[in-house]
Design a protein around this ligand. Structure first.
Ligand code: 5GP
Length: 120
């Protein structure tokens, strides 16, 4: 499993400003930035500022205000980037079999080309 939250994970370091990122959006609860190794022409990561290791953790324990802010921020990013007409894909890897690498919950947003079948 992913274990307890580890403040040395890469996204915690980005949130603390210790590592730079290409910021797309930020508010009190959420940060969105471009993935360092994009798998589509547009590949953005949206993360809560709170300390949640995974979707399981975030969905079960985050206050409603943080859950709401996160959902609205994802939509805001898509709108701001002009993705609504052509569309986009949201994906969150949860745990080992999904291949989650960074133990700070994040949503991937992919866009910019036809994305093909959902499971690779
Ligand atoms: P996961 O496999 O955990 O769902 O996705 C982690 C994502 O974080 C990967 O797409 C990876 O390219 C991205 N990533 C890892 N380290 C960094 C980093 O230092 N900066 C940015 N912007 N993205 C990162």
């Amino acid at each position: 499993g992913l274990g307890p939250y580890d403040d040395t994970n890469i996204f915690a370091r980005i949130l603390r400003g210790e590592i730079p990122c290409r910021k797309v959006y930020e508010d009190a609860h959420v940060l969105a930035f471009h993935d360092i190794a994009p798998q589509a022409p547009v590949h953005v990561l949206v993360i809560p500022k709170g300390r949640y290791v995974s979707w399981a953790d975030f969905s079960a324990t985050a206050p409603d205000a943080e859950l709401g802010a996160f959902c609205r921020a994802v939509g805001h990013v898509a709108r701001e980037l002009g993705l609504e007409s052509d569309g986009y894909r949201l994906l969150a890897n949860m745990g080992t079999q999904a291949g989650q690498e960074v133990p700070h919950f994040h949503m991937h947003l992919f866009a910019g080309k036809p994305l093909g079948p959902m499971i690779s």
